[in-house]
Ligand binder design. Sequence first.
Ligand code: PEP
Ligand code: MN
Length: 266
Amino acid sequence: MKPDNTIVPVASAMVGGPKLVLCGGPCSVEDRDQILASARAVKAAGGQLLRGGAYKPRTSPYAFQGLAVDGLKLLEEARAETGLGIVTEAIDVETFDLVERVADCIQIGARNMQNFSLLRRAGRARKPVLLKRGMSSTLEELLMAAEYILSEGNYHVILCERGVRTFADHTRNTLDLSVVPAVQALSHLPIIVDPSHGTGKRDKVHPMALAAVAAGASGLIVEVHPSPDRALSDGFQSLYPGQFTALAADCRALWDLLRERKNATL
Ligand code: PEP
Ligand code: MN
């Protein structure tokens, strides 16, 4: 019903605007050195946003669950030093306020895409929301989940494709890039792509990030860790800082080329 595309401001980034938005950082905030090293790497690569979970939705209750409030404090420190905007996940209504206070953008994870009480709470937040597609959700279900947030009055919603479950086992998930133009045909909301969870394999992240830009994504959210082999979560899909620098440069080059060609034909 809204003719113009929505641009969502997150700190200095304009998601859905004229520049490619790059968000990088570890899966989880682990300690001060780790998050500060990650933030510096993302900043040096030209990224605008820092990701990192302080509350983690883990498959096993015995796995690292995040540093909670201490993690949020470390994210604030990283923002103060680098100026990067913070994207961090809220996993439940109970801890939502704490996350909302610190985040520049509140992530709702794939496992919570249809947690309707959490979506309604996000709709009452005064911060933008990054809504990740559920791992077995249709486009219709993703857009209706976004409606839960919009219908409470929060119009700053960013959609995110992060891979869906299929029979394929050469990757952790199957990155469904066709959802990008499909969303753009139906919705005014911007969509970004997560090639890290979308593939689960470090060596697949760079090519699929480029493919996401080619498909028309407004941005990328990528896991980056100063020493992925020691990561407490998702190390196998996390890039080394140098790899993120290369990804950022290539994706920006492709973005600029496509924009130049589009502007030339206008
Ligand atoms: C994450 O971003 O680290 C994460 C848990 O993502 P998803 O909800 O897409 O699995
Ligand atoms: Mn992760």
